[in-house]
Design a binder for this molecule. Structure first.
Ligand SMILES: [Zn+2]
Length: 124
């Protein structure tokens, strides 16, 4: 599952270096200490109560980061499940969301070296 640092990096990149939303991501994954892999039963589902809690504590932009945290955790879980069920999984996705809400998605299975080449500039 994505680490705290990965979630913070993603938020930092999305906010163009303004905020890594560390406290939000820590709060979301805090139940991991007691629940282990089942920690996502808490704070990882879009609902009015948690949405309001996040908004009150960290602001409206934190709600966006909260939703992306949930989406990314689920994407990684889907990737791992695909590997288990199909014996392989796509590891590179491009998702476009167009104005009417439709999704355009392409996916590929790339080698580790292809991924490194693609993201070399991102990781340095
Ligand atoms: Zn999480």
């Amino acid at each position: 599952m994505p680490s705290l640092e990965e979630h913070c990096c993603i938020s930092l990149e999305r906010t163009k270096g303004k905020d890594d939303f560390r406290k939000l991501h820590e709060w979301m994954d805090e139940p991991k200490k007691d629940l282990g892999v089942n920690h996502r039963m808490l704070r990882h589902t879009d609902n009015a109560s948690d949405r309001e809690f996040v908004k009150t504590h960290w602001g409206e932009k934190a709600v966006v980061e909260w939703l992306f945290h949930i989406a990314i955790d689920n994407l990684v879980t889907a990737y791992k499940s695909s590997n288990n069920v199909y014996g392989t999984a796509y590891n590179y996705y491009r998702i476009a969301i167009v104005e009417d809400g439709k999704i355009i998605l392409t996916h590929e299975k790339l080698s580790e070296s292809q991924l490194i080449k693609l993201f070399r500039d991102k990781k340095d």
